[in-house]
Design a protein around this ligand. Structure first.
Ligand code: AMP
Ligand code: MG
Length: 353
C-alpha cells in the first residue's frame, strides 16, 4: 500500500512548492490526483508506459478505455496528434482552456497503453490554475482519467478521491470542490459532421454555434444498452457513475414525474427497502421518504451538474438501497446530467405519463 500524500493548495493561486512536490512525483512515474474545472483527474506522465499502466491498475480501469491527455499549451497538441484539422484550431481557440476534449489521429510517439491501442488520442486543456501549474511543472503531457475507482461516480472533491484511492496513489492536490461537476464533452472530429461521443461541460448548443452541424453519437442519448459494435469511444460500454444503491430514473412531464416517484417510493418503503429520492428544489417537498436530496433548481442546470456526483455518493454514505431520481431537461448541461443518470441506473428508466 502506498502512503498517499494530501497537499492542500489554493485553487486560484496554487502554492508553487506543493505543486513542485506533485510534479516531482509525476516526473518519477508516480500518480497524482488533481482538480480540474470538471472533476478530479488522476494524473500520470502520458509518455511513460509504466506510469500509465499503474494508473489503470490504481483505478481498476479496463485497459481498453483510454484516458484523456491533458496539456497546458497548444504546441503539445501538435506533438501528440498526427493531424490537427482546421475545425480543431477553431474549437481550441474558442473553448480552450475548458471542458472540451478533442479526438485526433495520434502520433507514433504516444505509448500504445496511453491510447488503449487506438489510432486516435483524446486531448484537452483544462481551465484550472492547479491543473495547468501541475502540467507545466511536470514538463510533460498528463494522462488523466477521472480520479475514482472504475465504475463509481466521478470525484468532485479531494475527499471523494481519498475515499476511493487512498493507499493506491502517491498524492492528492486538494483545490476544493470542482466548479462544473461533470466531465468534459468528448468530440470526434474524424467524422463529418463532427460527433459528440460524450456530452459534458461544453454544451452541444455552444459547439453548434461554432461548427454548425454537430451530431450526437446514438450512445449519448441511449435509453437502453446498445449493441457493442456501435461503440467507438470505449468508455461508452463500461459500467459508469454508479453508486452502490440501485438507481431508477423517472422521466416525463414534471407533475407525472412527481406522482410516479411518490408511487415507487411508497411501494419500496412498504417492502422495507431503504429508499432515497433525488429531487429538485421545486419538487422535493412532495416526497415524504426518509432521505430526500435536492440537486438544485430545475431552472439552473449548471448547479444540478455541480451536485450530481456528490449526492450520488451521499446516498451510499447513508446506506440507501434504492435511489429514485427525477429526470431533468436534456438541454445545456442537462444533456450530460441525463447521460450520467441513465448510465448510473443501468438504463433502469421509467417513463411517467
Ligand atoms: P475519463 O478519463 O474517465 O473522463 O474518460 C475519458 C473518456 O474519453 C472515456 O469515455 C474514453 O472512452 C474517452 N476517450 C479517451 N480516448 C479516446 C479516443 N481516442 N477516442 C474516443 N474516446 C476516447
Ligand atoms: Mg471516468
Amino acid at each position: 500500500m502506498k502512503q498517499t500524500l494530501w497537499l492542500k493548495v489554493n485553487s486560484r493561486k496554487p502554492d508553487i512548492e506543493k505543486v513542485q512536490v506533485a510534479a516531482d512525483i509525476i516526473r518519477k512515474g508516480g500518480l497524482v490526483a488533481f482538480p480540474t474545472e470538471t472533476v478530479y483527474g488522476l494524473g500520470a506522465d502520458a509518455l511513460n508506459y509504466e506510469a500509465v499502466l499503474e494508473l489503470f491498475e490504481a483505478k481498476e480501469r479496463p485497459l481498453d478505455n483510454p484516458p484523456i491527455v491533458h496539456v497546458e499549451n497548444i504546441s503539445d497538441v501538435h506533438k501528440l496528434a498526427d493531424q490537427v484539422p482546421p475545425k480543431a484550431n477553431r474549437l481550441m481557440k474558442e473553448f480552450w482552456p475548458g471542458p472540451l476534449t478533442l479526438v485526433f489521429k495520434r502520433s507514433e510517439r504516444v505509448p500504445s497503453v496511453t491510447v488503449a491501442g487506438l489510432e486516435t488520442i483524446a486531448i484537452r486543456m483544462p481551465q484550472h490554475a492547479v491543473a495547468l501549474a501541475l502540467i507545466e511543472e511536470s514538463n510533460c503531457p498528463i494522462a488523466a482519467p477521472s480520479a475514482n475507482l472504475a465504475g463509481r461516480p466521478s470525484p468532485t472533491s479531494a475527499k471523494h478521491v481519498f475515499d476511493d484511492l487512498n493507499g493506491r496513489i502517491d498524492a492528492i492536490l486538494d483545490g476544493g470542490s470542482t466548479r462544473i461537476g461533470v466531465e468534459s464533452t468528448v468530440l470526434d472530429l474524424s467524422v463529418n459532421p463532427p460527433q459528440v461521443l460524450r456530452p459534458g461541460g461544453t454544451p452541444l448548443e455552444a459547439l453548434r454555434k461554432v461548427l454548425g452541424d454537430v451530431k450526437l453519437h446514438p450512445f449519448v442519448i441511449a435509453e437502453k444498452e446498445l449493441p457493442m459494435e456501435k461503440v467507438r469511444s470505449p468508455g461508452m460500454k463500461h459500467k459508469h457513475y454508479a453508486p452502490n444503491a440501485e438507481v431508477i430514473v423517472v422521466e416525463g412531464a414534471i407533475s407525472a414525474v412527481i406522482a410516479k416517484v411518490k408511487d415507487l417510493a411508497e411501494a419500496y418503503r412498504l417492502k422495507g427497502v431503504k429508499v432515497g429520492v433525488l429531487a429538485t428544489d421545486e419538487t422535493m417537498a412532495n416526497y415524504q421518504v426518509a432521505i430526500v436530496r435536492s440537486l438544485g433548481s430545475r431552472y439552473n442546470l449548471a448547479v444540478i451538474a455541480q451536485n450530481l456526483f456528490k449526492l450520488l455518493r451521499e446516498f451510499d454514505a447513508e446506506g440507501t438501497h434504492v435511489v429514485i431520481a427525477e429526470g431533468v431537461p436534456t438541454e445545456g448541461l442537462g444533456l450530460a446530467v441525463m447521460n450520467r443518470l441513465r448510465k448510473a441506473s443501468g438504463y433502469n428508466i421509467v417513463k411517467a405519463e
